[in-house]
Design a protein around this ligand. Structure first.
Ligand SMILES: C=CC1=C(C)c2cc3[nH]c(cc4nc(cc5[nH]c(cc1n2)c(C)c5CCC(=O)O)C(CCC(=O)O)=C4C)c(C)c3C=C
Ligand SMILES: [Fe+2]
Ligand SMILES: [Fe+2]
Length: 360
């Protein structure tokens, strides 16, 4: 096998700690062709769609990639900004802000970059960039607070697949969830309190999470449990009682049962049970994206109002807000504490350089 030749020879530079933020990804443009490319990559991942490969290949190429790209492109156009896809813009801002925050405490020792599991910038390009900046210790931080196979494990697969082609691997740490981290829970609770301060309270606080097939839960995926725990902890911090909040799952795809209750059906039922106003928060998304800005803030608002609801507030994701960056900083610090506590490893660069034929 020919290994990747990205290993530069940094003679004598202090090795750094790299932090790679990873989110799901997004099409390069809100067009049918870009969506086709993006959805093909995304929906071909066996972690996302667990259906026998040959059967799935036929469904994907025969039906889905002919129908969905135009429909999704139309939806993406409604949320697209001058700077690009919201998910990409927020993730880039998060990486910059986190770099700044970590710089304050650790100086040049810690370098941050970001990547997307599907589309661009890719995970291989993020790993290359960090290696070139001197990262020989690497923390991969998937921006999914709750672990799930389709998101977290798939990110690990992509990192591992890239490592197969590298001769010299960094020391690796992979964060697989932070659904109950006090700083993350605190940041969510603060965002709700800030919303209440400006808009007052509603009858219900609805926590809406991206769904996945019920089958994945039945087969051991901890995602569902971690979502419910996040809700319970945030509600606890806000002093909400059982009847004042609930959790539901959105973004159903395909025909098999997904995690329930479904967000749209839950919203439809609220007015009849005396809840005329609702506030919706999506703690499973580290950044606003199509699934929050369009599916929740537009589509599901209509569902609720059509069912007799009177007031629907969408509480934005934490994005690159100060509370979120501080939470991520604490999460990262907890992960890299032991690396920081020992002196940066020496690489024997002079020996390497000599072995490669450099003059002394
Ligand atoms: C087909 C199965 C899917 C599973 C399982 C799934 C799990 C899952 N997804 C997220 C986070 C995001 N998903 C986003 C978009 C999106 N998700 C699916 C399908 C599955 N997701 C599709 C087909 C799409 C594309 C949009 C569409 O055509 O409807 C996004 C938004 C991306 C953006 O660009 O804005 C996020 C974020 C999680 C956390 C999750 C875990 C269970
Ligand atoms: Fe998804
Ligand atoms: Fe959706």
């Amino acid at each position: 096998m020919q290994y990747l030749g990205t290993q530069n020879h940094d003679h004598g530079e202090t090795p750094r700690i790299g932090v790679l933020l990873v989110n799901l990804g997004t099409p390069d443009a809100p067009t049918r062709s870009a969506l086709r490319r993006y959805l093909r990559e995304f929906l071909s991942d066996p972690r996302v769609v667990e259906v026998p490969r040959l059967l799935w290949w036929c469904i994907l190429n025969g039906v889905i990639l002919n129908v969905r790209p135009s429909r999704s492109a139309r939806a993406y156009r409604t949320v697209w900004t001058e700077a690009g896809s919201p998910l990409l813009v927020h993730t880039r801002d998060q990486a910059r802000a986190l770099q700044e925050a970590l710089h304050k405490t650790h100086g040049e020792r810690v370098v941050v970059d970001f990547a997307m599991r599907y589309g661009n910038p890719s995970i291989p390009s993020g790993l290359d960039a960090l290696w070139r900046r001197g990262a020989r210790q690497l923390l991969v931080l998937p921006l999914y607070p709750q672990y799930s196979g389709p998101t977290t494990a798939s990110t690990f697969d992509a990192v591992a697949a890239n490592f197969r082609h590298r001769r010299w691997l960094p020391e690796l740490r992979f964060l697989n969830q932070y659904h109950d981290h006090p700083a993350y829970i605190g940041a969510l609770a603060d965002s709700v309190r800030a919303h209440w301060a400006d808009h007052g309270r509603a009858d219900q606080l609805l926590f809406s999470y991206h769904g996945e097939p019920q089958r994945y839960l039945d087969q051991g995926d901890p995602y569902h449990c971690q979502c419910l725990k996040t809700s319970r902890l945030v509600a606890g911090e806000l002093g909400l009682s059982e009847g004042e909040y609930q959790s539901a799952f959105q973004s159903r795809f395909g025909r098999e049962p997904w995690l329930q209750p479904y967000t749209d059906e839950t919203l439809k039922g609220l007015p009849a049970s005396g809840n005329r106003s609702v506030q919706v928060i999506c703690p499973g998304f580290a950044a606003d994206c199509l699934e929050t800005l369009e599916e929740i803030a537009v589509e599901n608002r209509e569902v609720f109002l059509a069912a007799g609801g009177e007031r629907f507030d969408y509480i934005p994701c934490l994005n690159a807000g100060r509370g979120h960056i501080e939470a991520l900083r604490q999460i990262v610090d907890g992960q890299i504490a032991d690396w920081l506590a020992r002196p940066a490893p020496r690489e024997g660069t002079r020996e390497r350089a000599r072995a490669m034929g450099a003059p002394n």
